[in-house]
Design a protein around this ligand. Structure first.
Ligand code: PEP
Ligand code: MN
Length: 338
């Protein structure tokens, strides 16, 4: 619910309204503009009808906000959010590219990949230390040892680190190594995990659940923001459809849709989105043209020997040519590559 105060409403009149709302259990987000003050009220909408807020002379109008996401939505926050992480920004005029293996497998593998993606122009190193796998018998990741190797790669290359956390009990541990925490597709609605990362002061990349609607996805972001962490970015990684030629169906409409519904940055993952290395370059081009703020791409020194997601991983050479290509595309969109 948005309450627009009359031009010239006094602080006392504004306080009268916010006090009343707070008494009725609403959480207040005050936006004091030069011209007008706007009160955002988060709470039980059904109570508002009985409150007759428009009876206060200083209230100009009460706008029911039908969209249930007040913090992640654009309505109350019209400007794009730009997330600062290390010396980088995600969501501004610069396209960031995150790249690295699906999983951290060994010291050699992660350092070799980190050097290659850095040389090609990536700014953030990806790599899973805790791997959510469809089969309980598949490689589950190196866990803390993997986090240490990522930190070593950061130390050497200056790349920032993004890595996934799968268990609420590991959030503090993962946050002590990572620059950005990734919530995987399978955990998009793991509300306990969302509440834990909400307590951090580190950015969170929230992947789309394989069958999640936009509203469910944005509500998951709302969980993190409602818990106090406003540095949230979305990541489209493909959804489940009838088509099985590709691993998932990369829904690039997510970029403009999210940009219109939300102010948060949008990342695209063409690797999981297609499951095929040969489709990563064309879909990366399309994602940048659609307005993605960042890409996350799987790169492995020897995809054929990867312990997970080899078929969708680029070789360092292919990643280098992709970056050269993106440099041109991003320019056409009026932005630049970091
Ligand atoms: C990953 O990024 O390696 C991963 C497991 O992705 P998703 O959660 O999108 O399947
Ligand atoms: Mn993967």
């Amino acid at each position: 619910m948005i309450i627009v105060m009359q031009h010239g409403a006094t602080p006392e009149q504004i306080a009268e309204v916010t006090d009343r709302l707070e008494q009725d259990g609403f959480k207040i987000h005050l936006s004091e503009g030069v011209e007008k003050t706007i009160i955002g009220a988060v709470g039980d909408k059904s109570r508002l009808d009985a409150m007759s807020l428009e009876a206060y002379p200083a209230v100009e109008k009460v706008i029911p906000v039908l969209k249930p996401y007040k913090l992640a939505g654009r309505e109350f926050h019209p400007h794009d959010t730009v997330i600062n992480v290390g010396n980088l920004t995600i969501g501004g005029d610069t396209l960031q590219v995150m790249a690295g293996p699906c999983a951290v497998e060994s010291r050699d593998q992660i350092l070799q990949t980190a050097r290659a993606v850095k040389a090609a122009g990536a700014t953030i190193l990806r790599g899973g230390a805790f791997k959510p796998r469809t089969s309980p018998y598949a490689f589950q990741g190196l866990e803390e040892e993997g986090l240490k190797l990522l930190a070593e790669a950061r130390e050497e290359t200056g790349l920032l680190i993004i890595t996934e956390v799968v268990d609420p009990r590991d959030v503090t541990l993962v946050a002590s190594y990572a620059d950005i925490l990734q919530i995987g597709a399978r955990n998009m609605q793991n509300f306990l995990l969302l509440r834990e990362v909400a307590k951090l002061s580190k950015p969170v990349m929230l992947k789309r659940g394989p069958s999640a609607t936009f509203e469910e996805w944005i509500m998951a972001a709302e969980y993190i923001m409602a818990g106090g962490n406003y540095d949230v970015m979305f990541c489209e990684r493909g959804i489940r459809t009838f088509e099985n030629y590709t691993r998932n169906t990369l829904d690039l409409s997510a970029v403009p849709v999210l940009k219109s519904l939300s102010h948060l940055p949008v990342v695209v993952d063409p690797s999981h989105g297609t499951g095929r290395w040969d489709l990563v370059q064309p879909m990366s081009r399309a994602a940048v043209a659609a307005g993605a703020d960042a890409l996350i791409i799987e790169v492995h020194p020897e995809p054929a020997k990867a312990m997970s997601d080899g078929p969708q991983s680029l070789t360092p050479d292919n990643f280098t040519s992709l970056m050269a290509d993106l440099r041109q595309i991003v320019q056409v969109t009026g932005r630049s590559l970091a």
